[in-house]
Design a protein around this ligand. Structure first.
Ligand code: UD1
Length: 430
């Protein structure tokens, strides 16, 4: 398995291109299942999770033509034309769902267009149990019959899905996306209440409208969908990745650097920007993107609590903990979305951070210096926090299990090295 080796201490100065959002791209690719005409998606990031979704869709018979690719160093992203007219299976097998939980996003579209789907139940994952009960309950409200057998969800809608009133008892991003897609082809009106408002949900809604869906309330917590007979061909560019943006903003801040996040948009990341400014980071919206600067020694403690959008994103909690670790004074980070999302804490402590976890909150007292160590991460954002810690640590940090990073950060080591970081990937076997 590959490793990443970082020798910390360098100030990051330069430009980092921001790619398309992984978490928008995955549901957008699944949306291709809703039509027998092609969906052309541009600005797709080149990531392991995108390949897994492409694999899953082509396994079902969707034909995927790659129309373009980003030249190395560019930030235009990939272009896929997905054509589901050749679909010949409605099964998402365990081998692929196991690799990526977002595979569950094929359930709503398959059921809506074909009246049946068999999707492996995603298991737990490193950050919690992560059930899909809310997805299933909402589909049942729309007339789906669901059985759980042999680890699979067997869903049928013999008479097609019916519109209905779906009230999510908890805000769920994937659940909202699945039901939104299903509702576009259901009979009559579907109201989705307490819907997730994440920019990735909004991006999906805009793409569905371009495909001919009738959706009101986009960007709010109540989505109203009038079902249509069929959806048609469309083109859509994936929204920029706010978590990639936020992660590199932290990298610039903790190294006392000056980095332009090219293609970055402040409106996607307001809650994080507010907290970073409170912590002493200077962030300016420029024509080409977001400029992040920080005077060395200027960082101070802050409090942040993760919440559904527009609140502070859980996917930035681990990275901000690194910022807190090297800021002056104390910080408190509270996690309310996932029950087990402090897996990075023991690794950061091994690097010299002063962090105490009390229930859902972590109290972080800033230290003068972190020190390099051999570390290992259990999930994507935890891995990125270890890279960030490595950038400011004394000596060498070796990050094992890099495959987590490859799921969510495109050309991470090149983007950081181009701004002056001493970082390299060592290829491993197996
Ligand atoms: C998505 C993101 C992930 C992010 C998360 C929260 C993608 C591919 N992934 O994950 O990066 O961290 O949103 O912003 O977009 N829940 C249930 N039952 C359900 C569904 C969810 O109890 O049926 C719970 C989950 O366990 C979790 C909370 O609801 O505690 C939020 O999960 P959800 O918003 O669904 O996350 P994902 O869509 O899986």
């Amino acid at each position: 398995m590959d490793k990443i080796i970082i020798r910390g201490g360098n100030r990051l100065v330069g430009t980092i291109p921001i790619g398309g959002a992984k978490n928008a791209a995955l549901p957008l690719m699944a949306a291709a299942l809703l039509s027998d005409e092609p969906l052309r998606l541009s600005n797709l990031p080149h990531l392991a999770d995108i390949s897994t979704m492409a694999h899953l869709l082509s396994d079902m018979g969707v034909s995927i033509a790659m129309d373009g690719d980003a030249p190395d160093g560019g930030h235009m992203g990939r272009v896929f034309a997905l054509d589901a007219s050749t679909l010949n299976s409605t099964t998402a097998p365990y081998e692929l769902v196991r690799r990526m939980r977002a595979s569950i996003l094929v359930l709503g579209p398959l059921l809506a267009r074909h009246g049946h789907a068999r999707v492996s139940l995603p298991g737990g994952c490193a950050i919690g149990t992560r059930p899909v009960d809310l997805h299933l309950k909402a589909l049942q409200t729309m007339g789906a019959e669901i059985e759980l057998t042999e680890g699979y969800i067997d869903a049928t809608a013999p008479n097609g899905l019916q519109g209905g009133h779906v009230l999510f008892s908890n805000i769920t991003v994937g659940g909202t996306e699945n039901i939104l897609m299903a509702a576009t082809l259901a009979k009559g009106e579907t109201v989705i209440a307490n819907a997730a408002r994440e920019p990735e949900v909004t991006d999906l809604a805009h793409c569905l409208v371009a495909m001919g869906a009738k959706i009101e309330g986009i960007g709010t917590d109540t989505l109203k969908v009038q079902g249509v007979e069929k959806l048609h061909a469309a083109e859509h560019a994936v929204v920029p990745d706010r978590i990639e943006m936020g992660s590199y903003a932290v990298a610039a801040a903790i190294t006392g650097g000056n980095v332009l996040l090219q293609g970055g948009r402040a409106d996607l990341l307001e809650s994080v920007i507010d907290v970073m400014r409170e912590a002493g980071v200077d962030i300016q919206d420029e024509k080409e993107g977001l400029r992040v600067q920080c005077t060395p020694g200027n960082l101070k403690g802050f409090d942040a609590m993760t919440e559904p959008y527009p609140g502070f994103p859980t996917d930035m909690q681990a990275q901000m903990m690194v910022l807190a670790s090297v800021a002056g004074g104390a910080s408190m980070l509270t996690e309310t979305i996932f029950e087990n999302r402090f897996m990075h804490v023991p690794e950061l402590v091994r690097m010299g951070a002063d962090i105490n976890v009390h229930g859902r909150s972590a109290i972080v007292r800033g230290v003068e210096k972190l020190s390099g160590a051999q570390v290992m991460a259990t999930d994507l954002r935890a891995s990125s926090s270890l890279v960030l810690a490595g950038l400011v640590a004394d000596g060498e940090t070796v990050i094992n299990r890099v495959y987590h990073l490859d799921r969510g950060y495109e050309r991470l080591e090149k983007k950081l090295a181009d701004c002056g970081a001493e970082i390299e990937r060592v290829r491993g076997e197996g």
